[in-house]
Design a binder for this molecule. Sequence first.
Ligand code: SDX
Length: 425
Amino acid sequence: MTGFIKLIYGDQEFKLPVFEGSEGEKAIDISRLREITGLITLDPGYANTGSCASDITFMDGEKGILRYRGIPVEELAEKATFKETAYLLINGRLPNRDELTSFSVLLNDNSLVHEDLRVFYESFPRSSHPMGILSSMVNALRSFYPELQDLEEEINMTVTRLLSKIRTLAAMSYKISRGHKVVYPRPDLAYCANFLNMMFDSPVKPYEIDEDVVNALRVFWILHADHEQNCSTSAVRLVGSARVTLYAAISAGIAALWGPLHGGANQAVIEMLSDIAENKNMARVVERAKDKKDPFRLMGFGHRVYKTYDPRAKIMKKMCDSLLNKLKISDPLLDIAEELEALALKDDYFIEHNLYPNVDFYSGIVLRAIGIPANMFTVMFAIGRLPGWIAQWKESMDDPNWKLGRPRQIYTGPTQTKLVPIDRR
Ligand code: SDX
């Protein structure tokens, strides 16, 4: 704690403690506010409200800083594997060589899913969105793995199963939706390459692992691995606070991420860029985004925390250029995205509102180059974000001060009224 803040209300004066984090961020501790003052706070969207103290991820929205357990995301994207990053987020430090080997063996040994799960896939309409399928299938996993008596073992096994099987579940939804043969995980392929092989290998056309594509996926998943208390992570923490299973909490996080204002934006960006490509209406799209009366938002732009360029978008934009050059792909949507960014960044509206590209603006271009269909883009985000969700859930479960999440409200409805009998209504 660092000092106090005085609150004067009417003829009363209250002192509330101020809490300071390791990076100098300060918060008023209002955990006893109602008890002391009779007042509560009101903050739609929680833009000014911290839900927890956390050791996992640090963001500075003004400076465009993002660090996982203190390590800059730029350094992880350049030097770490996604498995190492997942281990870092969940365990608080990078693994040594033996720990990484054991982690890899565990992930491999748990990469299959119960064969009976296929019946669930067959029951979904072929047009079902892969995010709806993924959220359902993650919740369904609980039914196939009875709870272990030892809590720590139960948690560790569930974490391993989720990290490994989410790839298999995602690839299965893609294959089955196309009526293609499901491809099993292979023991000789590492995390990212195994997923790509499950997605694209075929009995008539074996998938050739391209190290540039594997590297692009590694970077993509590292950039998405955690982002402090975003909407879906807050959903995982809130649902988890009711002491549901980790499967159910993660299923809730997947559901929240699906929204176009959140993780669903990566698919919405590509739809927006494709619309501009088809209708040559970029100026109109920008005007609509600025029109207060129009609910349309420029997809992939703006952020609740970043009021400067999203550091992940910078890396993603570079990845677009390097991957498309290596694969000798020319994607007209990349040209449109760069032209749209240039137009928006010199427009007063976007400048005054501190609106810059976020992680979703260029990520779809990378996924298209890899061959991922647009309706799977948010599934790719979910696979990347899973280690962060797990780390945040574990931190909340281990927090002695953590309690059931239950916000208050200010009631503004009718005061007490009488029930009017139906004959007189
Ligand atoms: C992710 O939180 C995270 O960390 C999320 C994420 C993660 O890794 O978990 O980073 C992933 O979700 C990235 C965001 C993806 N969503 C989009 O790209 C959708 C488009 N963006 C907007 O919907 C919006 O920017 C949000 C939802 C992302 C953030 O909006 P806020 O913080 O709720 O701000 P707001 O909607 O209140 O907007 C403030 C002002 C408003 O104008 P005024 O009424 O004040 O005049 O900015 C305007 C808004 O109209 N504005 C936009 C805009 N974003 C904000 N105007 C046009 N286009 C936009 N994209």
